[in-house]
Design a protein around this ligand. Sequence first.
Ligand code: ZN
Ligand code: ZN
Length: 313
Amino acid sequence: MYNVTTSEKGDKMINVTLVGTGGMVPLPNRYLASCLIEYKGKSILIDCGEGTQVSLHKGKLSMNKIDTILITHCHADHITGLPGLLLTIGNSGRTAPVNIIAPRGSTHILNSLLVVCGFLPFQVNIWELHDTKSQEFQQIGLKITSIPLKHHINCLGYSFELNLRPRFKPEKAKKLNIPVKYWKNLHNGEEVVIDNRTIKPEMVLGSPRKPIKISYVTDTRPVKAIDKIVKDSDLFICEGMYGDNALLDGAVEKMHMIFSEAATMALNANAKELWLTHFSPSMPFPDKYINFATEIFENTVVGKDLMKKTLKG
Ligand SMILES: [Zn+2]
Ligand SMILES: [Zn+2]
């Protein structure tokens, strides 16, 4: 029997972990903002500030599976953990390359930083993305879209999408007398010919499904372009540098956001869930300010280090 559930198992699941939730300065129990996205045995790390590898270690998250490191921007709190992380990965005997993807103008900064690594037993590929327009590319089987943000230096927001096949409808296949041995081909989108009858996949599949979508936005003012990557996200991870609305002026000056601005974006873009991150060190207990977000967007969660969610298709 073609087991529809088993056939989809494993390839329709993304794990998202907040590796750290701090902005600017790590605190004893709060590492710098970073996020790990795991899919099919590989992972993408977003940003790598000081201490990121310690938090990965605490969370028992494999560093060796990191295929790509996406950098939002080259401020110290987002990149200075790179040499240590790469050296640790090197010590594990890794030989497969590590890709670092960052905004335009980052290569010379990253290369300067990586000089201290000395020898690494794998290739480090650095790719730059546009800083003035959106870009789409694929890594580890996920479609990634970058968009330029508004910060002091070139900074990018990212979304991650996993396409989901329509569900297989056994009742339709039975009605058409299609032998079970062809079900898998049809579910994979292939046409099959049975006794001169051409069976098209759409004859036995359900309606198209929305991709699983995650978006990640830190270090920016809330510019309109962000809506594109946040639109219909299952999980929107966004900076909330300050909680209290009274701190808006400071956020504008420092090119960051307050909770209510992140919540407004989540609401306007029809996100399902909002996780706040990248908290100011002046705000050791961000939970105290949750109301500033939830009165606008109810399904808001104040991020904590090593908070994890599995998104299934
Ligand atoms: Zn930052
Ligand atoms: Zn920054």
